[in-house]
Design a protein around this ligand. Sequence first.
Ligand SMILES: [Zn+2]
Length: 160
Amino acid sequence: MTDHPPAHADPPADSGAMLTAFLDAHDAPCPVCGYNLRALLGNRCPECGRPLVLAVGTTEPRLAAFIAGLVGLSCGLGFSAILLAWVVTEALFGRRGFFPSLLELALLVAGAVVGGIGVLAWVRLRRRLGRLREAAKWGWAGAAWLTGVTFPVLFLLAVR
Ligand SMILES: [Zn+2]
């Protein structure tokens, strides 16, 4: 048996004291409910009860490229998944004898799968993206948009 703490140990015991010391001298809103935590004792927001930690932040997270890419991929996923659900529902339960072509179905399925995998991969790679230079980030964001909208655009061309 060793006394090493587990990899995901609780915050060190003195972090509560540092939080108290910081709030003793500073106004700070609760990040959840906005309650002013100045002079707080303990480590829970008295208004909403959430546990609080003292943390280091950045004033300039530069998340714009990440968010832009996420929006592009999410658009592709949402477009394809919603239309796919509608097309399948209509084909199975609709009254008009409507049935999509195999090509249209394939493009919607491809758009939903690529969009879904793209969103997951994009979120997982966020930290790696954050380390790139700004121009490279926007290049990847553009690639994410292309990936997201390719199958929806092909679908729109196919149904015309
Ligand atoms: Zn709160």
